[in-house]
Ligand binder design. Structure first.
Ligand code: WT7
Length: 613
């Protein structure tokens, strides 16, 4: 496949596209306008559900498990089809039309996937919003996407905690124009009383029960948007990444198949929240397009005790388990006896994604969970790439600790040096993609100019990933981390500028800078340096700043440490020197290099005296 992709990329991409069911097959892969499979017509829900009805209608498509053993739900492909049709009919009754954006803000319950597929079925564009976003963050995204309908829950559960989904949505609405959101559909999870506004808010369950369980799929063009997903970058507000239908689905479906060595009867458990791209590509679309059985578990790794996840694997004979280094690190701390108590023999492929995995965590995952007999794939990719790009392939390219290894067939990764020239052989540089691939995002919602500027303009002729990487003597890639100002906390992407912007709006803050430093559990932690406007109120600032970040972005972005200082190190042209701030926040006392380019070199001495709060 690698050879075919190199010799005749178009034929390779067409082969992959033909793994899907098309209403009208495309006649070419990439056209001169840069569009994939143009002319092809299909429906993503048809590919995830309907195409399996004949062959495996009675096979399980979706298993949902709650924290308590008796809280579970099992849907065959036939049952999933009916549920999706009902939900799609409800959306139509609510006036949703093809091309409309529907926001989905739900806990990890089956309705999340059902709602996504229902949107796809009627050609509505889903916008899944992560459960950890604050009301203001949700409001920003709803306004940007111009969503008129929201699907949410009464209250979610996170271990012992309760998460007020509906209340958060109500709070988000106070930041929006009153005619923005017309309908809110509320799934009852805990059945607690939540405020419902007459005419606008409806309980979802009775509507679903009453709705017909059949509905034909609409026909979508290959380049019609399937979904928007908001993600952070190095500049400004989160961007609505737009994924198309034909190219995205081709890539999600192919990569799930090849990277997880998908086989008939597989039970695929990806622990990601549906609100991230991993949830889109590897909880929902990828494994369902391949006819797999997906598992959704609503619960945290170590609650009610650290053996919970391993018992879930044993109970459902999970074959493929895809999670994050953050979860692995947390579970590793509990010791080897905990997973040792469960039968994990059903596992065949383990996967890691979202952040660099250390050698120690890789080896523990391989040895203690995989019992030295499973494939372990460290998969590198991004929201914007739609699916896995660089990864081992079980039985062909074996994993090695901390290496993403080789690009998948057709993926043309390169490393660029400081002047933008391509590096040969063993090298370290900025990771870029030379040739296009079908999973790449189409654009940024209503801002194609920004898309061009962020991803295509930095190195003309290449897609810029924002990551650095090293290539070893075997041509294997080792991801070294972001080269831009993006911080990765527990696999959650946070832009420095996003934090700085919300803080700089505050009247007590004159200036600030956000950086990431290594953290043993979270991978990275956010550290913020603040220059107060009014020195007499400086004591209050750390707490105040944490509240601002929590309120405007979400708790996941709240800084670990805050330094209140009287100045920030700046170049003479006034740019913050983050390199120095990173060193100071990491506890380094020397080795700051040449400080003569700073507008005030003495500032470093004063910063070294500051204590974090
Ligand atoms: C960024 C993308 C891809 C889905 C989850 C995150 C980092 C991702 C790896 C890996 C080292 C990784 C990169 C990338 N990243 N996978 N296997 N090894 N770093 O998606 O939120 O779009 O974040 O996550 O820095 O650019 P995302």
């Amino acid at each position: 496949m690698q050879q075919k992709a190199a010799l005749n990329p178009d034929a390779h991409w067409m082969d992959l596209a033909m793994r899907l069911s098309w209403f009208t097959a495309p006649t070419q892969a990439l056209n001169t306008s840069g569009l994939w499979f143009e002319g092809g017509k299909l429906n993503a829900c048809y590919n995830a559900v309907d195409r399996h009805l004949e062959m495996r209608g009675d096979q399980l498509a979706l298993i949902w498990q709650g924290e308590a053993a008796d809280e579970k739900r099992e849907l065959t492909y036939r049952a999933l089809h009916q549920e999706v049709c009902r939900m799609a009919n409800v959306l139509l009754q609510c006036g949703v039309k093809e091309g409309d954006r529907v926001a989905i803000h739900l806990p990890a319950i089956a309705e999340g996937v059902i709602a996504m597929l229902a949107c796809a079925r009627i050609g509505a564009i889903h916008v899944v919003l992560f459960g950890g976003f604050s009301a203001e963050a949700i409001a920003d995204r709803i306004a940007d996407a111009d969503a008129k309908l929201i699907i949410t829950a009464d209250v979610g559960r996170r271990g012992p905690k309760r998460v007020p989904f509906k209340k958060t949505i109500d709070a988000a609405l106070t930041h929006l124009s009153p005619d923005q959101v017309e309908t809110i559909l509320v799934m009852s999870v805990t059945h607690e009383d939540v405020p419902m506004q007459e005419g606008r808010d409806h309980l979802l369950a009775p509507l679903i029960t009453a709705a017909p369980d059949t509905l034909p799929c609409v026909t979508r063009d290959a380049n019609d948007p399937l979904f928007l997903l908001y993600t952070s970058g190095s500049t400004g507000k989160p961007k609505g990444i737009v994924h198309g239908t034909g190219g995205y689905l081709t890539w999600a479906s192919f990569t799930q198949n090849v990277v997880f060595d998908h086989r008939e009867g597989d039970v695929f458990w990806c622990t990601a929240d549906l609100g991230w791209i991993t949830g889109h590509s590897y909880v929902a679309y990828g494994p369902l397009c391949n006819g797999g059985t997906i598992l959704i578990y609503e619960g945290m790794p170590s609650y009610p005790d650290p053996g919970q996840w391993w018992r879930v694997i044993e109970k459902y004979r999970v074959t493929s388990f895809y999670t994050s280094p953050t979860a692995i690190r947390a579970l590793m701390r509990e010791g080897d006896d905990v997973p040792g108590a469960s039968d994990l023999n059903s596992l065949r492929v383990l996967g890691s994604v979202g952040e660099p995995i250390s050698r120690e965590a890789w080896e523990w995952f391989y040895r203690v969970i995989g019992r030295n007999r499973c494939h372990l794939v460290d998969t590198w990719w991004q929201t914007e790439t739609g699916g896995i790009m660089i990864s081992p392939v079980p039985g062909i390219i074996e994993g090695e600790p901390s290496a993403a290894t080789l690009p998948l067939p057709g993926i043309d990764a390169v490393l660029l040096g400081p002047d933008g020239q391509e590096c040969e052989n063993e090298a370290e540089g900025v990771l870029c993609m030379r040739r296009p691939w079908p999973g790449r995002a189409l654009s940024i919602w209503r801002n194609d100019e920004l898309f061009q500027k962020i991803y295509l303009a930095p190195y003309p002729g290449y897609y810029f990933t924002g990551d650095g990487a090293r290539r070893d003597g075997n041509g294997h890639y080792w991801i070294t981390g972001r080269v831009d100002d993006v911080i990765n906390v527990s696999g959650h992407r946070i832009g420095s500028a996003e934090i700085e912007d919300v803080l700089a709006d505050d009247r007590d803050i004159a200036e600030c800078a956000a950086i990431g430093i290594p953290h043993s559990l979270k991978g990275q932690a956010v550290v913020v340096f603040i220059v107060p406007k009014n020195a007499t109120r400086a004591d209050m600032l750390p707490e105040h700043a944490r509240q601002i970040v929590s309120r405007r972005i979400g708790r996941y972005a709240v800084p670990e440490h805050i330094y209140v200082v009287d100045d920030l190190p700046k170049t003479r042209s006034g740019k913050n020197v983050r390199r120095l701030l990173r060193k100071i926040a990491s506890g380094e006392k020397e080795g700051f290099g040449d400080l003569s380019t700073l507008s005030d070199p003495d500032c470093i001495e004063r910063l070294l005296d500051a204590t974090p709060m």
